[in-house]
Design a protein around this ligand. Structure first.
Ligand SMILES: [Zn+2]
Length: 475
């Protein structure tokens, strides 16, 4: 792989010298800097909206309006998702896509303060930093658009406003709609505790909805006439927990009981379970689904209820791309380390102290490129589904102090102040510079696509979605 890349570079560089790349990247970075005020304002607004999956109306509008104001052609409500949109600029090839998320997580509202204190009791919060994610990606797209407008790059840039990453998986619907089909290479980033050109995959996941129907009866007067759907749920979860001993260590299974009856003196007629199954590959997840299907059948038999299992959605494992990661790594090195001032470091120390971590502040240097990352860590993303239909480059950038817990209040706190803002701008610059490479270097694009084709092999992508519409919230 290394040798081929070197050869491709030798072919490509003489046609367009490094000085051209560098000058264009410098302009791309300046284009991000020029927008910094607007990007910070947008990310702060989205942070305060804190809208959860498929309810991101204000957040999506804010980003779509900004894209429109910058001359992009915006299409709202794509793929049957009212809060999804695309924004396109330019014409012809290459078509480069960039993804932005903006959904929050329920129940972790937090002020931009190093002391745990909700902004609003029981409200949602941006505990995954998606307020920064959407704004940075759009900022990078605008930076590239200006280079296209100035005639310094040729081709098309498409920004994908992708809702509902935290549950449902908006991108899976957008993939199903064919929205990524024209894209040659796509990019995404994620807020993080560190700076990294990602080479690791992510876990495949399936979201299951399990429903039992029994018979209601008075729980004291004539319980023999009843058949409890809740009993069936309890048997199901018991069997899943017994199964834990007999699955690979890479498997993750977690659930909540979403319906378990209304009152103890009525035998529950209906009960339901929301179960997520994860493993290293989608094949592994499919095996788990079949085992859970048997559990559901067994629980129904034992309790004389009827059980139904629906695979509501899910995501594949990510096809990481080492060729793309090398480009990103070079751009991290070109940009240099992130800089934080003493007040930001003090803020980080307080967050680290509050969560029992060492007071080390932020990680400001890119991690070394990991060419052999092994099995993915726990966690999944719908970016992975995009990676099966178009080669996808992925990076992570520091937006929160080292080691502090994710999907939790410290990430909300740091993402609403200058630590998060700096990470957002750094990510936008790294992505804009990487896109300059992609537009200018056809050989790099070819190498990325070749690796992707080899990695995918003859495996066929069949998403976990059925044909149905997305589960839009009713309220
Ligand atoms: Zn996230």
């Amino acid at each position: 792989m290394k040798i081929r890349r070197l050869l491709l570079c030798l072919i490509a560089i003489p046609a367009l010298g490094w000085a051209d790349f560098e000058a264009t990247k410098t302009e791309a970075v300046e284009n991000v800097d020029r927008q910094s005020g607007q990007l910070i304002e947008m990310s702060d607004q989205i942070w305060a909206f804190a809208e959860t999956a498929l309810r991101e109306y204000q957040s999506a509008d804010l980003l779509a309006d900004y894209a429109e104001s910058q001359g992009f052609e915006v299409t709202r409500g794509v793929a049957g998702l009212p809060t999804a949109f695309t924004a396109r600029y330019g014409s012809g090839n290459p078509v480069i896509g960039i993804m932005g998320e903006y959904d929050a997580l329920p129940g972790i509202s937090q002020q931009a303060s190093p002391v745990k204190a909700p902004l609003e009791e029981d409200a949602a919060g941006h505990g995954c930093g998606h307020n920064l994610f959407g704004a940075a990606s759009l900022g990078a797209a605008v930076a590239v658009k200006e280079l296209i407008a100035a005639g310094k790059l040729t081709g098309t840039i498409v920004f994908f406003g992708t809702p509902a990453e935290e549950s449902v998986g908006g991108k899976v619907y957008m993939v199903r709609e064919g929205l990524f089909d024209e894209v040659e290479i796509a990019l995404a980033w994620h807020p993080s505790n560190e700076i990294r050109a990602d080479t690791a995959s992510s876990q495949a996941i399936a979201e299951l909805r399990i429903l039992f129907e029994g018979r209601a009866a008075h729980a004291a007067y004539d319980p023999w006439n009843g058949r409890s759907a809740l009993d069936a749920i309890e048997l199901t979860t018991f069997a899943i927990n017994q199964m834990r001993e007999h699955v690979k260590p890479s498997v993750r299974m977690h659930y909540v009981i979403t319906e378990g009856g209304d009152v103890p003196n009525v035998i529950p007629e209906q009960a339901s379970l929301w179960l997520w199954l994860r493993d290293t590959t989608h094949d592994g997840v499919n095996d788990l689904i079949e085992r859970v299907r048997k559990i559901v059948d067994g629980a129904a038999l034992a309790t004389e209820t009827s059980g139904e299992l629906n695979v509501a959605s899910g995501s594949y494992e990510m096809l990481a791309n080492l060729e793309g990661a090398r480009l990103i790594q070079n751009n991290f090195e070109w940009l240099g380390p992130m800089q934080f001032d003493p007040a930001e470091v003090e803020f980080a120390h307080q967050l680290q102290e509050a969560t029992g971590k060492k007071q080390t502040g932020m990680k400001t240097m890119a991690e070394p490129l990991d060419e052999d990352p092994g099995e993915p860590e726990g966690g999944s993303t719908d970016v992975a589904d995009v990676s099966w239909v178009v080669p996808t480059l992925h990076l992570s950038v520091t937006t929160a102090p080292a080691d502090t817990p994710w999907h939790a209040w410290p990430v909300v706190a740091a993402g609403g102040m200058s630590i998060g803002h700096k990470g957002m701008l750094y990510a936008a610059k790294a992505m804009a510079a990487t896109m300059v490479d992609l537009y200018l270097d056809a050989a790099a694009r070819a190498a990325i696509r070749q690796e992707w084709l080899e990695e995918k092999g003859d495996r066929v992508y069949e998403s976990f979605l059925g044909d149905g519409p997305p589960p839009l919230p009713e309220d």
